[in-house]
Ligand binder design. Structure first.
Ligand SMILES: Nc1ncnc2c1ncn2[C@@H]1O[C@H](COP(=O)(O)OP(=O)(O)O)[C@@H](O)[C@H]1O
Ligand SMILES: [Mg+2]
Length: 286
């Protein structure tokens, strides 16, 4: 099977000196559905943003991110053909990132802009075939009837489904979803996770979804990658990630991650895991 995502020797220091990603090496095969877990501040968003080429890594020798064999960034520089690679990557954000005042259909068709001549993208003129494609994508996520509504009139769960439909019309091979259910109620969360699973199974898209809650990761993703303080501390089968192992990896923070229901506004616990650095080899599972 081909490699959809390859990350080699990735490090990131922010301007304030924060070492947010430490020696990340990962390979994700095409068609995998992978959860990226970790407590708040562990580096999940930073890692996904690097993969999308939205943030550049440290200018270290040998650092590399590739999608489908195409370079996103290398040695701290975004590749010059980043637009082409980025068109392969669908990004789903916690806060949906729709244009509130535009109809749902137009929001979804934004996913096509990279394939259009400039004049059409500037005038946002979409042809009948593109409109049909948008309706089909909206039908797949179960909200075709909402296509003419302004995005702002949709519920959070519906907005997130529209954002997923946008990645469908984009034809993204790799979908990166950064805490897509953190702002949603349990029922909407379940629907969004099921839609991501269906896209993965039916289209063979590679899905990497960051999740704060471990139970959702275990339920929907065969493979889990766990981050702690910018390091990969576990990469293996979801079935191997027991509560006992989580406590070993995260200390007190494991309890926050094991809470069943999404806690969008849960207070950050005052107690945090002791500062630990993880020697190689990492916890591995079959
Ligand atoms: N632009 C930035 N400047 C400085 N520090 C940052 C920046 N973005 C993120 N960080 C820090 O990097 C760490 C990882 O953040 P983040 O990737 O947002 O974690 P997560 O998504 O797992 O909650 C945190 O300590 C955060 O404060
Ligand atoms: Mg985050």
């Amino acid at each position: 099977m081909t490699t959809a995502l390859r990350i080699h020797q990735l490090n990131k220091h922010f301007a304030n000196g924060k070492h947010a990603l430490r020696d990340i090496n990962l390979e994700i095969r095409q068609g995998e559905m992978v959860a990226l877990i970790g407590a708040s501040g562990s580096g999940k968003s930073t890692l996904l943003r690097h993969v999308a080429g939205l943030v550049v890594a440290d200018a270290g020798e040998g650092s590399l991110i590739e999608i489908d064999g195409c370079c996103v960034q290398q040695g701290g520089r975004v590749h010059r053909d980043i637009r082409k690679v980025r068109s392969q990557i669908g990004f789903v954000f916690q806060q949906f990132n729709l244009v509130d005042r535009l109809p749902v259909m137009a929001n979804v068709l934004v996913g096509r802009l990279h394939r259009m001549p400039l004049w059409r993208s500037l005038t946002r003129w979409f042809n009948a075939q593109e409109r049909a494609m948008a309706i089909e994508a909206l039908a797949r996520v179960g909200i075709a009837e909402c296509h003419a509504q302004r995005a702002s009139t949709l519920s959070g769960g519906q907005q997130q489904r529209a954002a997923i439909a946008r990645t469908l019309v984009q034809g993204a091979k790799v979908v990166l979803a950064d805490e897509p259910i953190a702002s949603l109620d349990p029922e909407s969360s379940r629907k969004v996770m099921e839609i991501l699973t269906r896209i993965n199974r039916e289209d063979g898209s590679t899905v990497v979804v960051s999740l704060h809650q471990v139970d959702m990761a275990l339920k929907y993703c065969p493979r889990v990658i766990a981050l702690h303080q910018g390091q990969v501390v576990f990469d293996g089968a979801a079935s191997a990630l027991t509560p006992a192992l989580l406590r070993e990896l995260y200390g007190m923070q494991a309890d926050e991650m094991l809470m069943g229901e999404p806690q969008a506004h849960a207070p950050i616990p005052l107690t945090t895991a002791p500062e630990r650095h993880w020697p190689a080899p990492l916890a591995q599972a079959a």
